[in-house]
Ligand binder design. Structure first.
Ligand code: GLU
Length: 405
């Protein structure tokens, strides 16, 4: 995981230099503003937990909480940096944060899960709040867990505080469409790439069938796109004429989809128009770049392609749509939910989806024009995205510090 953090920081340094971003802004962005580390005790077990507040230059810290045995301190920090860049790129007035705990909530009882959620909130309580740091869901933290967390926060402050967390269940002040938002955003990006590049009837393979992958597939299939392969941790399935994925949307098991059984590795190496990575980080690395045959890669997970692999794919002519754009649908919806809590006006699913599509499609077009304008063969979409984010962050940094460039 150390590599993930190093990669993210290296990208900031490199794009900072390339775009003449002031040294002070870069130095500030290479260090988190605050990192909280604490221990949760559940049934005699000690669980390490974290909340990283990376940057508040553009607004309150914002970012999910991940519960997984793979969580590390470095991973949380890297993910918080990506949140800062993501919000800056898509123009949402939030900063970047991320939380995590080294635990698989699927391996503990329901009672312990609730205790875990409440203890996590007690640990981060001193530094979070609707105006300072607003956590959200991430891997293994669903709307049920987030509702419990918002309830615990409200209990501690002694009043209902729906603005303290986003990603709550609808009955607890959550937003229609929030849980589908990241997958839907990925689908909106797919549509836009096809429109801009004039692609018709592309073949799509999707790695990951969790909340994000599943919703991506759902909207893509509904719109008539051909999904030729999907996989989850247990393996994959393929069918050249297109899979019928809707049968598995309820059960959420790839095993319920008819087709030829393949491995995860087979899926990654398929000659498709789009490879959508919706699982975890570091899936395409220097080790397998030369075997990737997809024409476009959409990063729906955070950090699924390493920095070097991204450069190598770009050299081969593969278009890699970066995570900070492709998976930004979640935080756009979170912004709607947070505004909803402030204004006490319900936001409809249509409104949420239309703001996701408008925002992500607009950002993609902005990056496309930047790529044309610079006409630098080495410039990847990810570099362009980071450079847009950095210039916004620099403006904000200088404004905060009373200077202007
Ligand atoms: N965990 C999601 C992400 O990585 C959502 C964060 C949020 O809505 O604050 O973008």
């Amino acid at each position: 995981m150390e590599k993930f953090l190093k990669d993210v920081k290296r990208k900031i340094e490199k794009e900072g230099k390339r775009n003449n971003i002031g040294e002070d802004t870069i130095k500030r962005l290479l260090l988190p503003e605050r990192f909280l580390e604490f221990t949760i005790e559940i049934g005699g077990r000690y669980i390490s937990a974290y909340r990283c507040q990376h940057s508040s230059i553009l607004g309150p810290y914002k970012g999910g909480i991940r519960f997984s045995e793979q969580v590390t301190r470095d991973e949380v920090e890297a993910l918080s940096i990506l949140m800062t860049l993501k919000c800056a790129l898509i123009g949402i007035p939030f900063g970047g944060g991320k939380g995590g705990a080294i635990v698989d909530p699927r391996k503990i009882s329901e009672k312990e899960r609730e205790q875990l959620a409440r203890e996590y909130v007690k640990g981060v309580f001193p530094i979070i709040g609707p105006e300072t740091d607003i956590p959200a869901p991430d891997i293994n933290t669903d709307e049920k867990i987030i509702s419990i967390m918002a309830d615990e926060y409200s209990r501690i402050v002694g009043k209902c505080s729906p603005g303290s967390f986003t990603g709550k269940a609808i009955k607890d002040g959550g937003l229609a469409g929030r849980s589908e938002a990241t997958g839907y955003g990925g689908f909106a990006v797919l549509e836009e790439v096809c429109r801009v590049k004039g692609l018709k009837n592309p073949k799509i393979a999707v790695q990951g069938f969790g909340n994000v992958g599943l919703n991506f597939v759902h909207y893509a299939e509904k719109a008539g796109f051909k999904i030729v392969a999907v996989s989850d941790h247990a393996g994959g399935v393929k069918r050249e004429e297109g899979l019928i994925v809707k049968d598995a949307v309820k059960s959420k098991h790839v095993a319920d989809i008819k087709g030829e059984r393949i491995s995860n590795k087979d899926l990654l190496e398929m000659g498709v128009d789009f490879l959508v990575l919706a699982a975890v980080e570091n899936v395409i690395t220097e080790e397998n770049t030369d075997r990737i045959r997809a024409k476009h890669v959409i990063c729906l997970a955070n950090g699924p392609v390493t920095r070097k692999a991204e450069e190598d794919l770009h050299q081969k002519g593969v278009v890699v749509v970066p995570d900070i754009l492709a998976n930004a649908g979640g935080v756009v919806a979170s912004y709607c939910e947070w505004k909803q809590a402030q204004k006490e006006r319900k936001c409809s699913k249509e409104e949420v989806f239309s703001s996701i599509a408008k925002n992500l499609k607009g950002s993609f077009c902005e990056l496309e024009s930047l790529m044309k304008e610079k006409s630098d063969k080495k410039l990847t979409l990810s570099c362009a995205a980071i450079s847009v984010a950095l210039s916004r962050l620099e403006k904000g940094y200088l404004k905060k510090n009373g200077e202007s460039k």
